[in-house]
Design a protein around this ligand. Structure first.
Ligand code: SF4
Length: 933
């Protein structure tokens, strides 16, 4: 980000004390004026003294929850600079560390922990000084919000009242400032166009730019990707192209070239679907060039589209601002209101709302500002015409390119009519995740948490519930009074929903006091799951599950009663959906545009609930009877850290690509699936063909009898010179102290820049707790998922920003981290990433060839984790697996030519030290040696 503060005159540190706490110690600056030069260092104090200081008001800190967790003092309040930043620069990016703050404020970076408190005082003064500058871009609305913040006793308010003066003209209130979206006529269907190879090549050359290096593989890739856009010959037979493209091929521009060409020529929309937010961000940048408006040269018609639960709901925010939130959550709502006025698209998850803002407050508070439960009242909402969700939905119907995620593309394909467009030309980037996304999207979960949500959606608030939530009857009152049949259906649904679990269901089940047919079923499920548990309490605290087979008569009987209760709810909902359809088809006088929009919205969400209920009913209907070979069913009790939080029955498709093929592929005209790890690699031979069988099976094409087109190109990187794989053989498995010691020494050897991947949170925490202080004292900060109170996206930002930082994490980091350059030079895996032995995995393993199925999964995981290491020509790095018995058959997971060695930990350390100070290739032998069978 560009510097935003060129201070006109020297800024003096704020005359308040400041505290910094790292794993290396605690430092306090007492807030008095420093001597000339201003570089006085703070006093190092004990944790106890830091806690005493923290109990006093008016202490400046950066990231209060993080400091609180370092001190073990949860009540820390203080003047948090992150809150001040969020108020002054809403919707601006900042890495929430002293270094990140220094960068964004254009201040000198503090050198070492002891210099941080003085820096915090200076940063506070610089931030406050910004509000006095006439050029402060985010001034509008600040005075009004500050008045409320003063009443809420926000500790920064008294420091801002001097510089943020009452504006001469009254400020516009957020809800009047936001622009309205425009209604647009329906788009004609896209023209049928054939893309000429020369045109694709020219387009690629144009968007890559004249200074781009020549990439023959990228040119080839673009031609192959172009085939997905050819006119379709038969219904239910889309063009399916599978393209394996090694890291560095430049596949993003490779598919954007034909996609933008097709969109311009046909007038249609291309959907590009990703799995990770990192790739979404990259696509947002790169697509601007590819989709630049050819007539005016202005910004491209590119829209990032997410699920509605990601966006701010303005009605929920208004409720929160007008008394719905009290105390700290009310301050959070004011900061969110500041952000909403400057946000590009209202996306609260991965958009321009700082990811760290939610963690400064209660997490659930932030979620309560989104539309999590499908309670939107559409056109009855006073903010409907300014609603971020409605704007995104309309913009995507108009867009040349929609950037979305796999789950949303699948949901839109299933419910295209009600969500504003069914995708027909789709690029699945990170295509190796399509299977997992389909698996979750087409799953059924009849659990307490799901059923209580359905009850609330039908009935509305009960008991002491507050807020604007309303039940189905209130949302559709006009339908009930106009259409007798529809009104009856609403009443019947309302009565039937009483059978669903209500507030306190989990406690009642625990005490043997279940009420209603679903709670009784869940109680029976819980009893069966516990009765069959054979872990002997060893896994206390983790989820339990058992097959939905061999169930006792009492459970089967409870399932039968629950089945009838759900059917009694589904039928009136189906009837209501039919009545709404009839009203839309033959509209009465009162059905103006806004009522139509609301009823269309209601019809869509009723359809969605009917589908969900249908899935649950089918699952219950089969209990006690023969298993359906297409599905895997099981019973589960979900627990975390010793507490049960959900109970239920689960159903997955044995092959989720079957519903994917019917829902996504069949209506599509062209689909490209691409990834660096689409195919398995069973041979280490550099010339070996990729193994397409798995990739083809995981495309779903066979369910439509389509033979997908295949294309593969290797990475241009020189892995023999840029990378090495070290399999460390002398760290005993299961010895957490030895594992922690190995991690610490590896991080020290590489001087940080290490990403440590774990398959279990328990081991991650065990390792982190043992080594974090030692590393901090050596100036090597260590961050960790599931330990630090920081969201994952921000952890990756911090890691990327500091080449001496290291990061520990679990699955989400295996391919959610895109850190080119020096910040990532070592990837460590604590062991071979075996699949979790669940009921679902066992069924798929049996159907998929036993060990060969597992091996393919492990190789894919290794390949994805290795893929974090080398992101550009200039990257160098080492991949370490701590495993005394790493099977040789898994070594082919790594790109051809990568040197792989089995070594002791000492030898690995020497090799890493040599590699960080010289070319990797010189340090290792380019061969696999001493492999056990
Ligand atoms: S239209 Fe719906 S989602 Fe949008 S602000 Fe209103 S209630 Fe919230």
């Amino acid at each position: 980000m560009e510097s935003s503060l060129p201070p006109a005159q020297p800024i003096l540190p704020l005359a308040l004390p400041a505290l910094h706490a790292s794993h290396g110690g605690c430092w306090i600056d007492n807030g008095r004026a420093h001597g000339q030069g201003g570089d006085t260092f703070a006093r190092q104090v004990s944790k106890g003294d830091a806690i005493i200081a923290a109990a006093e008001p008016g202490l400046i800190v950066l990231n209060a929850p993080l400091v609180a967790s370092r001190l073990g003092y949860p009540d820390l309040a203080g003047l948090d600079l992150l809150e001040l930043f969020a108020f002054i620069f809403p919707a601006r990016f900042m890495v929430p560390t002293p270094r990140g703050l220094a960068h964004v404020l254009d201040l000198p970076e503090p050198q070492g922990d002891a210099a941080v408190p003085a820096f915090l005082r200076l940063a506070a003064a610089a931030l406050i000084a910004e509000t006095a500058r006439p050029a402060w871009q985010e001034r509008e609305g600040a005075w009004t919000v500050l008045q409320t913040m003063s009443r809420l006793h926000w500790p920064w308010a008294p420091h801002l009242v001097q510089t943020i003066r009452r504006p001469e003209r009254a400020e516009r209130w957020l809800f009047t400032r936001l622009p309205e979206w425009e209604e647009a006529p329906a788009r004609p269907q896209p023209a049928q166009v054939v893309l000429e190879p020369d045109a694709i090549a020219t387009r690629l050359a144009t968007i890559a730019g004249s200074d781009a290096e020549d990439r023959p593989a990228q040119r080839q890739f673009a031609q192959e990707a172009g085939r997905a856009f050819a006119p379709r010959g038969r219904t239910r037979e889309p063009h399916v192209v599978l393209a394996q493209a090694g890291t560095g091929t430049g596949k993003t521009l490779g598919y954007l070239a034909p996609a933008s060409l097709w969109s311009a020529a046909s007038g249609g929309t291309v959907w590009v679907s990703t799995y990770t937010k990192a790739l979404q961000r990259q696509l947002r940048r790169e697509s601007r060039r590819a989709f630049a408006d050819r007539a005016t040269g202005e910004r491209a018609n590119v829209v990032v589209r997410k699920g509605r639960e990601n966006y701010l709901c303005l009605l929920n925010l208004e409720d929160a601002l007008q008394g719905g939130f009290q105390g700290r959550p009310a301050i959070m709502a004011q900061l969110v209101a500041r952000w909403a006025a400057y946000s590009q698209d209202g996306d609260m998850v991965g958009g321009d709302l700082p990811g760290w803002l939610g963690t400064l407050f209660r997490r659930r508070g932030m979620a309560a500002l989104t539309d999590q439960r499908g309670e939107c009242i559409y056109a009855a909402c006073p903010h409907y015409r300014k609603c971020f969700i409605e704007r995104a939905s309309r913009a995507s119907a108009e867009a040349d390119l929609v950037i979305a995620n796999h789950a949303l593309v699948m949901i839109n394909a299933a419910r295209g009519r009600e969500t504003g467009g069914q995708p027909t030309r789709i690029v699945f980037d990170e295509g190796h995740h399509v299977f997992d996304a389909a698996d979750s999207t087409f799953a059924a979960a009849l659990t307490g948490a799901e059923t209580i949500e359905l009850r609330r959606w039908v009935i509305g608030p009960e008991g002491k519930s507050r807020g604007r939530r309303r039940g189905l009857a209130a949302r559709l009152a006009d339908v009930a009074s106009y259409d007798e049949d529809g009104g009856r259906a609403i009443s019947r649904a309302r009565e039937a929903a009483e059978a669903l679990p209500g507030d306190g269901w989990l406690g009642r089940i625990g005490e043997g006091m279940a009420t209603g047919p679903i709670e009784h079923l869940l109680a029976a499920v819980r009893d069966v799951v516990h009765a069959r548990d054979e872990s002997g309490g060893q896994d206390a605290g983790y989820g339990l599950e058992t097959e939905a087979a061999g169930l006792d008569p009492a459970t089967i009987s409870a399932a039968g009663v629950a089945h009838d209760a759900l059917e009694a709810l589904r039928q009136p909902l189906v009837r209501l959906g039919t009545r709404l359809e009839a009203i839309l088809t033959d509209p009465p006088d009162w059905l103006d545009g806004s009522a139509r929009a609301r009823i269309e919205g209601a019809r869509g969400s009723i359809q969605w609930r009917c589908d969900t209920l249908g899935g649950w009913i089918a699952l219950l209907a089969r209990l006690g009877g023969p298993a359906d070979p297409d599905f895997v069913d099981w019973l589960a009790v979900d627990r975390s850290e010793g507490r049960e939080w959900d109970i239920g029955l689960h159903r997955r498709h044995l092959d989720p690509m079957k519903p994917f093929a019917a829902t996504v592929l069949a209506p599509a005209h062209g689909v490209l699936m691409t990834s660096a790890t689409l195919c398995d690699r069973r041979s280490i031979d550099a010339g070996a063909e990729p193994d397409w069988a798995g990739a083809v099976a995981r495309s779903g094409a066979r369910y439509l009898s389509i033979e997908p087109r295949r294309f593969a190109v290797n990475s241009p990187f020189n892995y023999a010179a840029q990378a090495q794989v070290l399999i460390v053989t002398d760290v005993p498995r299961g010895d957490i102290a030895a594992l922690a010691g190995a991690y610490a020494r590896l991080i020290e050897a590489s001087g940080g820049g290490a990403l440590g991947l774990f398959t279990a949170i328990r081991r991650l925490r065990g390792v982190h707790g043992r080594i974090v202080d030692r590393l901090a004292r050596a100036g090597l900060p260590l961050y960790a998922q599931h330990v630090d109170p920081i969201d994952t996206g921000t952890l990756v930002d911090i890691f990327r920003d500091d080449p001496r930082a290291s990061l520990l994490g679990t699955d989400a980091l295996r391919d959610g981290v895109d850190v080119p350059g020096d910040s990532l030079r070592l990837v460590m895996m604590e062991q071979v990433p075996w699949p979790k032995p669940s009921i679902l995995h066992r069924a798929r393993r049996l159907a998929g060839g036993g060990q060969a199925y597992d091996d393919a999964i492990i190789r894919a995981r290794l390949a994805q984790a290795f893929g974090r290491l080398i992101r550009s020509d200039a990257d160098r790095g080492t991949f370490v697996v701590l495993s005394s018995a790493f099977p040789s058959r898994l070594i082919s997971a790594f790109p051809a030519g990568t040197p792989v060695r089995r070594v002791t930990l000492d030898a690995a350390l020497q090799s890493i030290v040599a590699s960080v100070s010289g070319p990797v290739a010189g340090a290792i032998a380019p061969a696999v040696s001493g492999d056990p069978a």
